[in-house]
Design a protein around this ligand. Structure first.
Ligand code: DX5
Ligand code: ZN
Length: 220
C-alpha cells in the first residue's frame, strides 16, 4: 500500500492569520503545505507572491508545495526558490520552454513539479519526465477553491500511475481540486499519493482539521 500524503491548500485558510493556520494544520497531521500562487492572468484570480511564501517558511516545518499558476513563470522561479519553496510546480502552458523551466527549478535546489490542466493530455510529460519529481493532475480548472471534482481526470491519474511505476526513480502523483471524502477514495484507488485539499481540510474550523486530514487519508 502506498503512503498517502495530505497537502492542505492554504487558499481556504484565514489569510489574516496564515502563520497560525499553518501551525494548526501541521499539528493536525498535514504532510505538506500547498500554496496556490495565482496572477489574475494565467488564471482568473489573484493570490500571493514570494514575499508571503518567505514569511510562511518561518512558520512551517513541513515542505512548502508551491503551485505556480502564473505566466510567464520563468521570471519568478528564482524568487520562489529563495523564498523557501521546497517543491515548485509549473504548468506547461506557462512558458515557451518547459524543459528549461524544469531544469532551472532543479538547478535552484527545489523539487520540480509539472501540473496538467483538465484539458492537457498526458503526452505533455513525455519528453520531460526525467526532470520531474512530481506530477500534479488538476481535477478542476485552476483558479478557485470549492469547485466540483472532474471525474474525467480519473483515467489520466491511472495512466500516470502506470507511467510513474515504469520509471527508475520516485515521482509523486498529486491530485488537486474538488477533493472530499468520496473523491479522495477514488483518486487513491486510481493511484494518487498526494491529495491537495482546500475546502475539505478547513471544513468545520480548526477543531476539525485533524479529523478532516485523517479521514481524507483514508482513516476512520
Ligand atoms: C485551484 C487550486 C487548488 C484549490 C483546491 O486552482 O490549485 O489547490 O485550492 O481547493 P478545493 O480543495 O477546495 O477544490
Ligand atoms: Zn493548487
Amino acid at each position: 500500500m502506498r503512503d498517502i500524503r495530505i497537502a492542505p491548500s492554504i487558499l481556504s485558510a484565514d489569510f489574516a492569520a496564515l502563520g497560525e493556520e499553518i501551525a494548526r494544520l501541521e499539528a493536525a497531521g498535514a504532510d505538506l503545505i500547498h500554496v496556490d500562487v495565482m496572477d489574475g492572468h494565467f488564471v482568473p484570480n489573484l493570490t500571493i507572491g514570494p514575499g508571503v511564501v518567505k514569511a510562511l517558511k518561518r512558520h512551517s516545518r513541513r515542505p512548502l508545495d508551491v503551485h505556480l499558476m502564473i505566466a510567464p513563470v520563468d521570471p519568478f522561479i528564482d524568487a520562489f526558490i529563495e523564498a523557501g519553496a521546497d517543491i515548485l510546480t509549473v504548468h506547461p502552458e506557462a512558458g515557451p520552454h518547459l524543459h528549461r523551466t524544469l531544469e532551472r527549478i532543479r538547478a535552484g535546489g527545489a523539487k520540480a513539479g509539472l501540473a496538467l490542466n483538465p484539458a492537457t493530455p498526458v503526452a505533455a510529460v513525455e519528453h520531460v519526465i526525467d526532470l520531474v519529481d512530481l506530477l500534479l493532475v488538476m481535477s478542476v480548472n485552476p483558479g478557485f477553491g470549492g469547485q466540483s471534482f472532474l471525474k474525467s481526470q480519473l483515467p489520466k491519474i491511472r495512466t500516470l500511475r502506470t507511467t510513474i511505476d515504469a520509471q527508475p526513480r520516485e515521482i509523486a502523483l498529486e491530485v488537486d481540486g474538488g477533493i472530499n471524502l468520496a473523491t479522495a477514495a477514488e483518486v487513491i484507488a486510481a493511484g494518487a499519493d498526494i491529495l491537495v485539499a482546500g475546502t475539505a481540510s478547513f471544513e468545520g474550523g480548526p477543531a476539525r482539521y485533524a479529523e478532516n486530514i485523517r479521514r481524507l487519508r483514508g482513516g476512520a
